[in-house]
Design a protein around this ligand. Structure first.
Ligand code: ADP
Length: 540
């Protein structure tokens, strides 16, 4: 039958078939809030009525600056459900980028958590399209704010009835919008449709992708403003999983406490979060007692961290890769037959790869002339993707150079192996080009963080008169560690080829990150462009 793939059907499915399953949120106000999928549907419908009363129509953009909580969840469904576009904005961006994004998208309303009232008050003058601000709280917590036309979410929703029939939209109707953080240039918008979102939801739920089930308790630590929380806020209701939304407290202790109290079985987030959690667990001598699977993506998951979760907590680490442009999941690293029985070291080698291709995403690697390279695990080239969940252009037609002959050029350089696993060698702009050969910054970082006294490592290219570029290793070391340059080089020397060894090691108190938790290498390259490598004199 010709039935459209609509986001509202996900909410209806959850409410009709898993109506008593809970959504638990750590609210921005503090207390834990719990209700069911049935309650969530009623509230999303009330919000739909409220939006229509405010004059919101199909295609209008509604911005959100919000953490993972039930109110944001309702906004996802209420906004898209009426045919409007839920535009999630990353609050960790610079404020100029936030106003650029909201203006570029021409958001007509902005929903915001209490946490961001002050930030938005400072920006309001520059937000030219926003008619009113909806603060995601109740009357008791409603702040005294200078925001023009500020409204209280609970008052808005409370005035409406849950009587509403989701419209039968065309499945190609735009449903949501998310900008990539744009470490260079302006952020670019990725517009999703109901169709791409429902397809992605089905792909995510497949056993070998994320394998969500009704018996699972799913906690997206990855924010809902970061590529739809990797599809989990659609996947969990489509599977009937209990959903645990951690709010704004993403430190190790808070995440751990919620995981244990709600018996979380499945979680997903960036390596920085898993590093913080591991540090907390070590320090407090705690173990994860219910967590079965931990998905890590967004940047490379250090092998040593995978090993720690597997061995100390009996938690399976699933490395995943994706992009905002891909809805976002592209690969996940579930094992194939025989792999679970391999010796631990070999398993960690597999888990260090970014995962294998999933149904619905086509991948290939190509050389500079666009010729496809072999899938032998050795050859590396530009990773290209296509599929029903991959965008075919940026919002308002920007960044066209990434779309070539029906494929999207990811900007990642990768290998594909005969088992279908993809491994990122580097982001094409981060790879170190030394004497015509390439050095992978990711590989070096991964090995460096294997040192017990290294908390975080970053490798960048520094200009070199003879070799063009050479690697510089920046390290944040553990408190009280006496680690020095020579000891670090010594540690690396039997683990990488000699010409890969960094020309210098610099110890820094902290490293800068992007709004999505990646190392901000563009800034570091700028900061260290004149760094005097000890090897330069020798070359001249
Ligand atoms: P943004 O660019 O806005 O930070 P994205 O999440 O879309 O947000 O970033 C996608 C990029 O992140 C990928 O192209 C890749 O370079 C990197 N990335 C994602 N997952 C991984 C991973 N598991 N390992 C290494 N890099 C990753």
């Amino acid at each position: 039958m010709d039935r459209p793939l609509l986001i509202s059907t996900i909410m209806d499915f959850a409410a009709d078939y898993h109506g008593e399953r809970e959504i638990v949120s750590r609210t921005v106000e503090g207390p834990i809030h719990r209700y069911t999928y049935r309650d969530a549907r009623d509230r999303a419908k009330k919000l739909a009525n409220a939006l229509l009363r405010l004059g919101v129509r199909e295609g209008d953009r509604i911005g959100t600056l919000a953490w993972n909580t039930c109110r944001h969840f309702e906004a996802y469904y209420g906004i898209s459900g009426i045919g409007a576009i839920c535009h999630t904005i990353n609050p960790r961006l610079f404020s100029e980028q936030i106003s650029y994004i909201a203006n570029h998208a021409e958001d007509s309303y902005l929903f915001l958590d209490l946490t961001f009232v002050e930030l938005v008050e400072g920006l309001a003058d520059s937000l030219s399209s926003v008619k009113a601000y909806v603060v995601l709280t109740d009357e008791t917590h409603m702040p005294d704010t200078s925001l023009p036309n500020a409204m209280c979410y609970e008052t808005l929703v409370g005035a409406e009835s849950a009587g509403y029939e989701w419209p039968e939209l065309d499945e190609w109707t735009a449903s949501s919008l998310c900008y990539t953080s744009g470490t260079t240039g302006n952020p670019k918008g990725v517009l999703y449709t109901h169709r791409s979102t429902v397809l992605h939801t089905m792909m995510v739920c497949m056993s070998d992708t994320l394998g969500l089930r009704s018996v699972d308790v799913v906690m997206p630590v990855v924010p809902m403003f970061h590529a739809n929380a990797w599809g989990l806020v659609y996947g969990a209701p489509a599977a009937g999983s209990k959903l645990v939304l951690p709010g704004r407290q993403l430190d190790g202790e808070s995440v751990y406490e919620l995981m244990e109290s709600e018996k979380v079985t499945f979680t997903a987030g960036v390596p920085t979060v898993w590093l913080a959690l591991a540090q907390y667990l070590r320090g407090s001598k705690s173990t994860l007692t219910t967590l079965e699977r931990l998905v890590s993506g967004g940047s490379a998951m250090p092998r040593a961290l995978t090993q720690e979760y597997e061995e100390d907590h009996n938690t399976r680490v699933i490395h995943a890769w994706g992009m905002t442009e891909m809805s976002p999941i592209g690969t996940t690293g579930n094992f194939k037959p025989g792999m679970t029985e391999l010796p631990a070291e070999q398993r960690y080698d597999i888990q260090a790869k970014q995962g294998r291709g999933i149904f619905g995403v086509e991948m290939k690697i190509v050389d500079d002339d666009g010729n496809e390279l072999p899938r032998d695990g050795e050859a590396f080239g530009d990773l290209m993707v296509r599929g029903g969940t991959v965008c075919d252009g940026y919002y308002k037609g920007e960044g066209g150079e990434s779309f070539i002959d029906g494929w999207f050029k990811t900007g990642d350089v990768a290998t594909l192996d005969p088992d279908g696993f993809m491994q990122i060698v580097d982001r094409s702009k981060d790879v170190i080009k030394s004497g015509g050969e390439w050095i992978s910054s990711i590989d070096l970082e991964n090995i460096a963080v294997g040192h017990p006294e290294v908390v975080e490592a970053c490798v960048i290219a520094v200009p070199h008169p003879k070799w063009d570029e050479r690697p510089l290793l920046l390290i944040v070391k553990a408190k009280g560690s006496g680690l020095d340059r020579n000891a670090m080089v010594e540690y690396l020397s039997d683990k990488v080829a000699k010409w890969w060894l960094p020309d210098d090691v610099v110890f820094v108190p902290e490293l800068p990150h992007t709004a999505t938790g990646k190392l901000l290498k563009s800034q570091l390259r700028e900061d260290y462009r004149d760094h005097a490598l000890p090897t330069i004199d020798a070359a001249e």
